[in-house]
Write a protein that binds this ligand. Structure first.
Ligand SMILES: [Zn+2]
Ligand SMILES: [Zn+2]
Length: 369
């Protein structure tokens, strides 16, 4: 993660890109580290040297993520502190390790930070999203000048960035893979009415993928005038202010009074999970997409669940096939993808990024080294 002799730097100077000079050389780089909840340090560390099968990527864009915000607020089991921070990125290969044939220095690339082992119990059952190798060895440290990609990620989940795709959109690959996986699990169909609860970045990505899939009616419920406006702009057919008194009645009136066929919960809050359960129609499906804080307990009325024949789904992470599908979506042009990234800051301004997210003033912020 970081090396001996690291020191905290406030506004470190950055020399010309090693790529610009045409020769790559090992030197110092900046890397953001979450030291404790609410405290980030920009440290100067040694640029890693890629080993066999690995790639050293010069980060062009890292995106803020709801998971990062959770970790910043309260810590996160996936990121034991001190944690090199950031996991959504795109960049240019600075140096390829021995044996890498698919990529070479100067290639623009996009990747997700994990890859399954292919041989464990879960991989053997097609549940690569639960592969311990993938989760425990997640690559973090994208809020940095450089990022080292391990051989497995290079081999399975790294792609050439199409020239027509911006580095910002390319960095959406990871969150989009999560969304694609969830919607595949939900087996949504075009003829349905889908309610998305939560108008944050993940809620918006769900909207885009639902719209791209030609879903008949997409309804977004959330709060904050600005967020609801964004949801409308990004293609929700109807937007409902979840704080309004008659919100529940309005949702119950969907589908000729049956309620939504599918509800996708994206707030990661117990209130949102309860809402999702309460709003879905008889015989409908709920996708609990947003993970809650550890220890959160949800009570379910078993009568409602059984006699109303509910299907409760809680997708986590993604499989390689989801990453491929997300890549294809971006490559073929996912309308609105660029609009979700609605703030930009330099790496040295990372504190400001989280302040922006806390205030709900940005969906996703691009962090440019
Ligand atoms: Zn993410
Ligand atoms: Zn595995």
């Amino acid at each position: 993660m970081s090396t001996a002799g690291e020191r905290v730097v406030s506004a470190p100077p950055r020399g010309p890109s090693p790529l610009a000079s045409g020769t790559w050389r090992a030197a110092g780089m900046r890397q953001a580290v979450l030291v404790e909840p609410g405290r980030l340090e920009l440290r100067e560390v040694t640029v890693p040297v890629p080993g066999s099968g690995e790639l050293l990527v010069e980060v062009q864009c890292a995106l803020s993520c709801g998971t990062d915000l959770k970790a910043f607020r309260r810590g996160h089991p996936l990121f034991p502190m001190p944690a090199a921070f950031g996991h959504e990125f795109s960049g240019v290969v600075a140096k390829a390790g021995d044996g890498v044939e698919e990529f070479r220095a100067g290639d623009a690339v996009m990747a997700v930070p994990t890859a399954p082992c292919g041989s464990c119990f879960f991989c053997g059952r097609g549940q690569e999203n639960l592969c311990p190798e993938a989760i425990e060895r997640m690559v973090t440290g994208a809020y940095a000048d450089y990022l080292l990609l391990p051989a497995r990620v290079v081999k399975h989940n790294t792609f050439h960035k199409p020239p027509e795709l911006s580095f910002e959109q390319a960095a959406l690959l990871e969150p989009l893979a999560c969304v694609v996986h969830a919607q595949a699990m939900a087996r949504r169909s075009r003829a349905e009415t889908v309610l998305v609860i939560g108008a944050g970045a993940f809620g918006m990505l769900h909207l885009l993928v639902l719209r791209h899939g030609g879903v008949r009616k997409i309804v977004a419920a959330g709060h904050g005038a600005q967020r609801l406006r964004w949801a409308e702009e990004l293609g929700a057919d109807r937007v409902i202010d979840a704080f309004r008194e008659d919100a529940a009645r309005e949702i119950a009136g969907l589908n000729g009074g049956h309620g939504p066929d599918l509800v996708i919960e994206c707030t990661g809050q117990l209130a949102g999970w309860r809402d999702a359960l309460a709003r879905v129609r008889r015989g409908g499906r709920v996708v609990f997409f947003g993970g809650c804080a550890p220890g959160t307990v949800l009570d379910v009325d078993t009568r409602r669940m059984h006699y109303d024949n509910l299907s409760l789904l809680a997708p986590f992470h993604f499989r390689r096939s989801d990453v491929r599908a997300a890549y294809d979506l971006l490559r073929c042009g996912l309308d609105g993808a660029q609009a979700i990234i609605n703030a930009r800051r330099r790496l040295a301004e990372l504190d400001e990024v989280f302040a922006l997210l806390e205030r709900g003033e940005a969906l996703k912020c691009a962090v440019i080294p």
